[in-house]
Design a protein around this ligand. Structure first.
Ligand SMILES: [Zn+2]
Length: 87
């Protein structure tokens, strides 16, 4: 699994909706890629904050926007976009 795939699966990974095989792949990538661990942490914190404010989940639309921005950041096509700013 590469970074792009990891980002694509990140939402399902956090929701524990990934196949066992994909989940293992994701964990293997996270073990070796600091960037993706930061993205995972940031996303999990954001979800945690949302839940603390009484919302059950991040709206799908907002989630989609976040992941698109993260993907752009990884592809280097953004203008210095970071995961922090995406949140
Ligand atoms: Zn990565």
């Amino acid at each position: 699994m590469n970074c792009e795939e990891l980002i694509r699966y990140l939402s399902d990974y956090i929701d524990r909706e990934l196949d066992e095989e994909l989940r293992a792949d994701a964990q293997e990538h996270l073990a070796t890629c600091r960037n993706c661990r930061v993205v995972l942490d940031t996303t999990q914190q954001m979800i945690f904050l949302y839940r603390r404010t009484g919302r059950r989940a991040i709206p799908a639309e907002r989630r989609g926007r976040l992941f698109r921005r993260l993907q752009e950041a990884f592809q280097g096509s953004g203008t210095g976009t970071t995961a922090d700013q995406a949140a």
